[in-house]
Structure formats: structure tokens, C-alpha cells
Design a protein around this ligand. Structure first.
Ligand code: CA
Ligand code: CA
Ligand code: CA
Length: 364
């Protein structure tokens, strides 16, 4: 069925289910790594992930965590149903594995088998328990490797899974904000972090604005790129959308810029952009698509809601995000969390913007 990464294998309705890779089980010898991306419907009772003998109860299960039965479970409070799990099982020797969850190591355990195993069956319960310990959920992808994947490699896969925006040659800067403000486009255009902290979100991490000054990001070193065509895309969950909360400014001492003000306010030159969906406490995907030096199209949740006037002369002299200016005593302060930001050298198309919204919609 369709998933945020193409399609996945839906399991749980009946037996037989799962995948039999036994023809190649002999390849699973130390060092090996097995990675799987699973969104389970339940993690509470036994749900089998991997076995090396279809008649035996031994193997890997969900059981309020990850369990290489009959060994003690490796628990983690984030292993819950209905969310996507990236598990990485890395061999330490022929009978022991390190367990990684969402890109980070959460424990080590005996592996339930001595590598290489005689069989390799994924996502099917054994006949010993009458095939009742059945995984229900969606499997997104599986990778089996003949090396011990490194923490850096595993972290990179997780970062890929958590990416809101794809990277491409038109990307000027790409900030996923998953614990840092590094530009992951490869262009090296990271902003200065003026203030904020990082906290877990459904797409990795986001920048929590502290509601004290200084806060936000300073991208002024690259403001000269903001000459049409360009697009600024932001994913923000604001605590308030009341007047005024600054999103983007051109100068630390200038009141001009983009604000929340019930809707969006391109102050002082444009007209307010209103949408009933622009409310506090919900995640907003905003795309500001510059068409020419004075015209900007505003997209909200993947849909164009207005065409208005750019509130400043382009290119701006600076580019300060999520911090109010000194003119209004820094009181027009945005509160909330910023999930990701992309700045592009093109006018992103309605199709591109709708695709980002569809991708975002796969996680609340
Ligand atoms: Ca079983
Ligand atoms: Ca202001
Ligand atoms: Ca993020």
C-alpha cells in the first residue's frame, strides 16, 4: 500500500504472511547488519519480526520493545504502535547484536541464533505458537548487509527518513533542524543560531523558539540570493498566531517583514493573507513563492491561498528568521517550534509544493 516512501508491505490479515529469504540465510554471518523499517499496529504482545526456524519460538519480536526471544527485551519508551520504526540489528559476534532504534543504539542482546542461521524468515510467526504471534502493520523497507553498519551510517539513514524536504540543485539552503542548524544542501549556507533549543518532533527534531531574546536564525550572509525567482518554505507549529509574531525580517532594526497576525501579514506593503486554517497549535507548511520583485504567492498546507505584495525590496539587505526587530522592542516575537526550512533559487511549482504537503501529511 502507498506510504511516504513509495509503497510498503501490509501485514496482519492472515497467514501465510511475510518474506522467506532462507535461500540466502548462509550470507548472514558475522559481521552482518539487518535493517528494517516497520510501522506496527501493535507492539504490546508478541509480534514476530524475524526467525531462523519456522517451527521454533525463538526469534525477534515486538514485545513492549524489541525482544530477541527468549532473551530479555530491549525496551525504549518510544517503541509504540502507529509510528514508523527504524530498527538496525548489528552483529557484535556470532551470537550477539547491538540494537539501534531510530538511528540510536538502545542496547545489546543475545541474538537468538548463531550466525549463520539455517533459515531467514521475516514477519511471520512460527508454527510452535500456532502462528498467532503475528505482526500487524506495514513494512517500508529491509536491508541486509555483510558489514557491521557504523553509527554514522545508521544516523544518516535516520536523517534521510526524517527529511521534510528533498535536496536538489535549485536548493540554496536546506535546514531540517534535527538537532542543529547545518545546511544539508551541500552548499554550506548555514545560518547563525541566534537562540533556541532542539526537541523531538514527528520529523526528527525542531527548533523550539525560547520566547526570550535573542531567538531565531540569521541567514543575512546569503540574503543577496533572495532575488526573484526564489521560494522560502517553512514548517512551523506556532503557539500563537495573534498579532504580531515575526517570521521573517530583512534587518534587525526594521519592522518590515512577514508576520503571523491571525493570518499572514506582509508588513507594511502587502495585504493580509487570511485562511481559517492558520491557527495556533497546528503544524503549518508555508511557502512564499516570489514571482517578481514585488509579487509573492502564498501557499498554505500545499495550496495557494493568495497573491500579495512582497513586504520589502528584493534582494533584502538581510535575512533574519523568527526574531522580532528592535523597532518594536522585540515584542512581536514568534513562539512555537520550527520543523524545517528550505530556501530555493526557483519559484517552486504547485506540483512540488503539493508533494511536500503530501509527504508531511504522512506524519502528524
Ligand atoms: Ca512465536
Ligand atoms: Ca516588528
Ligand atoms: Ca526537523
Amino acid at each position: 500500500m502507498p506510504t511516504s516512501w513509495g509503497m510498503g508491505l501490509r501485514l496482519g490479515a492472515s497467514d501465510p504472511q511475510g518474506l522467506d529469504w532462507s535461500a540466502y540465510a548462509g550470507l548472514i554471518k558475522h559481521p552482518y547488519t539487518i535493517e528494517m523499517i516497520v510501522t506496527p499496529d501493535s507492539v504490546g504482545t508478541y509480534a514476530k519480526l524475524f526467525e531462523t526456524d519456522d517451527t521454533m519460538d525463538q526469534g525477534w519480536y515486538y514485545r513492549n520493545g524489541f525482544q530477541a526471544y527468549p532473551n530479555a527485551p530491549v525496551t525504549n519508551s518510544a517503541i509504540i504502535s502507529g509510528t514508523r520504526h527504524y530498527f538496525t540489528l548489528v552483529s557484535k559476534d556470532v551470537s550477539t547484536i547491538d540494537v539501534y532504534f531510530q538511528g540510536a543504539k538502545i542496547g545489546s542482546t543475545a541474538a537468538s541464533f548463531i550466525a549463520p542461521p539455517s533459515a531467514a524468515v521475516f514477519f511471520r510467526d512460527d508454527s510452535f505458537t500456532s502462528r498467532n504471534e503475528r505482526l500487524s502493520g506495514i513494512v517500508e523497507a529491509v536491508r541486509i548487509s555483510n558489514v557491521s553498519r557504523t553509527p554514522a551510517e545508521i544516523g544518516a539513514v535516520q536523517a534521510h527518513l526524517d527529511a521534510v524536504f528533498p535536496n536538489d540543485p535549485a536548493t540554496l539552503a536546506l535546514l531540517e533542524l534535527n538537532g542543529n542548524v547545518l545546511d544539508s544542501s551541500g552548499n554550506g549556507r548555514s545560518p547563525i543560531l541566534l537562540g533556541g533549543t532542539f526537541e523531538p518532533t514527528s520529523w526528527g527534531m525542531g527548533l523550539r523558539l525560547p520566547n526570550t531574546d535573542p531567538q531565531g536564525l540569521d541567514w543575512s550572509a546569503y540574503a543577496g540570493f533572495l532575488h526573484p525567482p526564489y521560494t522560502i518554505e517553512m514548517v512551523i507549529t506556532p503557539d500563537s498566531v495573534g498579532c504580531y509574531a515575526k517570521i521573517f525580517g530583512i534587518n534587525d532594526a526594521s519592522d518590515q517583514g512577514w508576520y503571523y497576525c491571525n493570518g499572514l501579514q506582509p508588513y507594511p506593503r502587502g495585504t493580509a493573507v487570511m485562511s481559517t486554517g492558520i491557527t495556533a497549535g497546528t503544524r503549518h507548511y508555508l511557502a512564499l513563492v516570489a514571482k517578481d520583485v514585488s509579487t509573492v504567492e502564498v501557499y498554505f498546507q500545499g495550496v495557494k491561498i493568495a497573491t500579495t505584495t512582497t513586504p520589502f525590496t528584493t534582494p533584502p539587505v538581510g535575512a533574519i528568521l523568527f526574531r522580532d526587530d528592535s523597532t518594536t522592542i522585540r515584542n512581536e516575537r514568534l513562539r512555537g517550534i520550527v520543523e524545517a526550512l528550505r530556501i530555493s533559487s526557483v519559484s517552486r511549482t504547485p506540483t512540488e509544493i503539493a508533494a511536500i504537503q503530501a509527504h508531511l501529511a504522512t506524519r502528524r
